[in-house]
Design a protein around this ligand. Sequence first.
Ligand code: PAF
Length: 307
Amino acid sequence: MHWHILGAGAIGCIWAAQLYKSEHDVTLILRSKERLQQLSESQGIIYQSTNGETSTFNVGAELAENNTPIKNLLICTKAYSTISALQSVADRLSSDTNVVLLQNGLGPQQEAVKLFPELSIWAATTTDGAYLSAPYHVVRAGHGETLIGAISMKAQPSLDNIIPTPCGDLKITTSENIEHKLWCKVAINAAINPLTALNNCKNGILVSDTTLANKMQKICEEVEKIAAACGQDLFDKPLYEMARLIASTTAENYSSMLQDIKQNRPTEIEQITGFLCQQADKFECHAPENRMLLQQIKQLSSVTPPT
Ligand code: PAF
């Protein structure tokens, strides 16, 4: 089974390494000749496991313009690049192609289904922790779980015939209601990420600082109401309690949005808080805290996502 992967960030590199390790054909689709050159210089993906051991996986790579058909495509780009990533290989896809969208946020998944109704599309969300210490050098920070579920009419409820489990050291589970899992992730990201980005603080400060904790509570209450209007009953406890728990267990981490801002990269605010504000408009929910966060993060971020 041959997998193509678009998006060679930390998660894309983990998947490429683990699929390769499980003896699948895997090809990274890279955006430039310079990126191809970098990969060949590092002789593949350098994978550092949680115990510090390093292995190199010599995965193949090509540019999007290559004209060979794609049977299985995993997209691990940032959420704002999902649609342009799909469009960059559109002429290589057919009604037999399986697409898995693994990213934060909500919105692009639904747009992909609308734009490409002939494809079998799944969405995924992960709690795996990883970062790149250099291009193609991925450090595994923690082992989580990846949930995958069908989101298009054509996709089968089960992915068993497509993604073999185990797949290297990845823990993959099929979800019957992936939309709900994506909502839960968006809700947590909306509670933690913009506040940490605006206040330039580690996640744990949202629990220890009373002013920020109160702010997080208000944000959570709004998000819960928006979710309920959309028919999403989030967790079996209040979102604020869940967000506090996650901020405490990741107390020493800098959220992905804060890291994006520090490194002068576009943020995923539109696919997180922006998505929630759109739903608030649609269902006439009161969401002043989230609307303010959306504006503040947009002002703070000097770079806008590519179109
Ligand atoms: O996006 C992130 O940084 C993480 O998913 C989390 C746990 C919400 C904050 O670190």
